[in-house]
Design a protein around this ligand. Sequence first.
Ligand code: ATP
Ligand code: MG
Length: 382
Amino acid sequence: MRLESIELTNFRNIRSLSLEAAPGVNVIYGENAQGKTNLTEAIWMFTGAKSFRGAKDKEMVRFGESSCKSEIQFASALREQTAKIEIFSADTASGFAEEKRSKQVSLNGVTLDSASELAGQFYAVVFSPAHLSLVREGPAVRRKFLDTAIGQIMPRYEHYLREYQRILTQRNALLKDLERFPQLSQTLEIWDESFAKAAAAVTFCRARYVSRIQPLASAVYDGISSGKEKFELSYQCGIKQPHEKTKDYMKEFFMRELKETYRGDIERGATLCGPHRDDLELLVNGMPMRLYGSQGQQRSGVLALKMAECSMVEEVTSETPVVLLDDVMSELDAGRRDYLLNHLENRQVFVTCCDDESFRGLKQGKSFLIHGGELVRTGDFA
Ligand code: ATP
Ligand code: MG
């Protein structure tokens, strides 16, 4: 997958910008608050996913303007394509009969019903400092990472997950009622069977996924750290070597767990076992990264995870996602920067940074200086 060019009009602080990208590394640099993240965000919008900074559509429209437009030309394995997104600010949109008309998306000149239809056309992975929460925060963030990443390459997984959540909610509601209606305990047994089955389906997919990205992430981390550190992932679901176990084994495991946590479940009115309590542990040199990793190690860890996610998309779709690295250079030493700039082979990369010092070692690619939302200088590295 290759982004060839992008054209923006009234997109956040960018009044008008047109950029021809290099097939390899593209460095977007400039001082703080000049529009680097905005440009990255504009590219990301074409994946059909939500903004990586949690922004709403109308926030993309430049202050005081009624609409913004972005257009890209990109090449996938099969063909050249054009995608266009136009967003109308709330004031203008209220004039439309339907809310969804506030955003118009088209692919190769054909209007799409929604931006989510772009998913599967333009692939990208993004790293922004907000993703450091993957290392720094609690397990829920890492479960969400796993769930999104798996869902992306295995749509069936989303069904498993929804089914599990539905059963979990029902079971928890039942547990809360048990105190007042003890006769419901028989109903609980029926739910336990479905719970164990659904829990096994989710755990099975997560365990397989982690075992597949583990070597990929380790290899990337090895490259970033020039082989000085060892990075590992460990899926914590209560089962030892979970990727070697069958779904039936896992179902039996959860049936046993439910028996063990029965009293506690009733006391708390909540289910104490199951994949809603799992974690994906990130280890550097055998130690938990969350507790012992340095800033640079934590960044490298998240990057390794993201690049592994990228390789998995590649395996399944035969498309190499465009890599968007926002603000990753700060806190990385020269060796680690060199890896990102010169060793992510066969991938198109967009990387933002504040000064030209950060990409001094760039061997091949292009640089774009952004000032006040304008592209003021382009550099070629060959
Ligand atoms: P940093 O190096 O600090 O990350 P940046 O170059 O990535 O900076 P951006 O996040 O791209 O900066 O934002 C640049 C500017 O865009 C900010 O000053 C912000 O106020 C402005 N901005 C954001 N949304 C809009 C909008 N809808 N209209 C006009 N300006 C906007
Ligand atoms: Mg920024």
